[in-house]
Design a protein around this ligand. Structure first.
Ligand code: ZN
Length: 147
């Protein structure tokens, strides 16, 4: 069973890939996605929204409310941020489009393996480290939590 779900943002320029931890929520919980191009000027203080580097995940409060007890979150503490941080509705990767980008970058490095194995192994290692560094510098929500 595939738990990942792709949804276009409001302006249609970008797509986020979403993961539903522990199979409690599904795509009905996702109201809207905004990418950095279409999130400008939006209200930041909204408990149905999670902000992550200009991206916004807006969840459906009724769906969250209905599953609050299953998620073991007391209804007064229920918020999109809490649901995201606990992994019930979150990005598949570190960023909304990480998994697509990761596949593309990995493919480029794998082309090296055919011609130069040592360069390939080094490139894979460097790539893993630079990805983490880049995500930390960019300040993605998941990187802040794990540090
Ligand atoms: Zn957009």
């Amino acid at each position: 069973m595939c738990q990942s779900y792709r949804k276009s943002c409001l302006c249609g320029e970008n797509t986020a890939e979403i993961f539903f931890g522990r199979n409690i929520l599904d795509e009905k919980a996702v109201a809207r996605i905004y990418c950095p191009l279409c999130s400008g000027g939006m209200e930041k203080q909204d408990k149905n929204r999670v902000w992550d580097n200009g991206w916004v995940l807006e969840l459906d409060p009724d769906v969250l409310q209905a599953q609050a007890l299953t998620m073991e979150i007391a209804p007064p503490e229920l918020s999109a941020e809490r649901v995201f941080d606990e992994g019930f509705v979150t990005w598949v990767g570190i960023t909304p489009n990480d998994s697509q980008q990761r596949d593309r970058e990995r493919q480029e490095i794998q082309n090296l393996a055919r011609t130069d194995l040592r360069a390939y192994l080094k490139a894979m290692k460097d790539w893993g480290l630079s990805r983490e560094k880049r995500f930390t510098e960019e300040g993605w929500r998941k990187m802040k939590r794990s540090s």
